[in-house]
Ligand binder design. Structure first.
Ligand SMILES: [Zn+2]
Ligand SMILES: [Zn+2]
Length: 263
């Protein structure tokens, strides 16, 4: 499997992706908002885009669909319940559905509500799994729930699905927010040395050659995976004095998400 991570350099800091079967050159484009950059990358390497996958319905993920389909005739895949909000879906995806790309690549759809209620992530069936997580999981952060989502569903997705994936899973999010997210992690957990070190490392990174994190690293630097950290809990109790001294992880997640909204 070839993964081409495409930095759009737009104001929303979107990443687009091409997932390519090296045997056939067939490619699936994830959220190809910058259809021109995606098409140019495919052209340069001789790849043929045959499928488009939208992780969810927001315009910064679906906005390239029309031009991409006109240029390639690619089939459009998205969550099976997104049909009201994404035009022209050819295949609706549910949990566990398999997406084949060419001969050699298999992706599994995960039903991951929270950022919106019709959001899919896809996980590659490769020796080292790769997770394409749209606006659900970001490097060192989590998606917001302002536009059609629910924080409690996002918590369930993190706790019951994402946290259980293999530690070596590579994380490919829909946006480059890593530096700002690390600053939030450090606001909630100032003694997180790994997050301090990572912030120094990425603060001047070129987003066209971004760091690709693993789930193991996310569990160290992403405050939304650090629900049992004594520092996180102690600082939360400063902000929310009514919290018990051993709050359950769901409560910690929801309070962190609430603070992040106005941070
Ligand atoms: Zn979104
Ligand atoms: Zn987005």
């Amino acid at each position: 499997m070839i993964v081409e991570q495409i930095w759009t350099a737009n104001a929303y800091r979107n990443f687009n992706y091409l997932i390519v079967c090296p045997e056939t050159g067939q490619a699936l484009a994830i959220d190809p908002l910058d259809h021109q950059k995606c098409l140019a990358a495919a052209m340069e390497h001789g790849w043929k885009i045959t499928q488009i996958l939208n992780t969810h319905e927001h315009g910064d993920h679906t906005g390239g669909n029309g031009a991409m389909i006109s240029a390639t005739g690619a089939k459009l895949l998205a969550h099976k319940n997104a049909g009201q909000r994404i035009a022209g879906i050819d295949r609706g995806l549910g949990a566990g559905d398999i997406i084949k790309v060419g001969k050699s690549v298999e992706l599994e759809a995960l039903d991951t509500p929270g950022h919106t209620m019709s959001h899919v992530c896809v996980l590659s069936h490769t020796d080292t799994p790769a997770l394409f997580c749209g606006d659900t999981l970001f490097n060192a952060g989590a998606g917001n729930c302002h536009n059609g989502g629910h924080p409690s569903e996002l918590y369930q997705t993190f706790a019951n699905q994402l946290a259980k994936l293999p530690d070596q899973t590579l994380v490919y999010p829909g946006h480059d927010y890593i530096a700002n997210n690390l600053r939030f992690t450090l606001a909630r957990e100032p003694d997180n040395r790994k997050a301090q070190q990572m912030l120094r490392q990425v603060s001047d990174q070129d987003p066209s050659r971004p760091l690709v994190t693993t789930l193991a690293l996310e569990k160290e630097i992403n405050t939304f995976f650090r629900l049992y950290s004594p520092t996180v809990i102690a600082k939360l109790r400063e902000a929310f004095p009514d919290l018990p001294d051993d709050p359950d992880p769901r409560t910690v997640f929801l309070k962190l998400r609430e603070l992040r909204n106005t941070w």
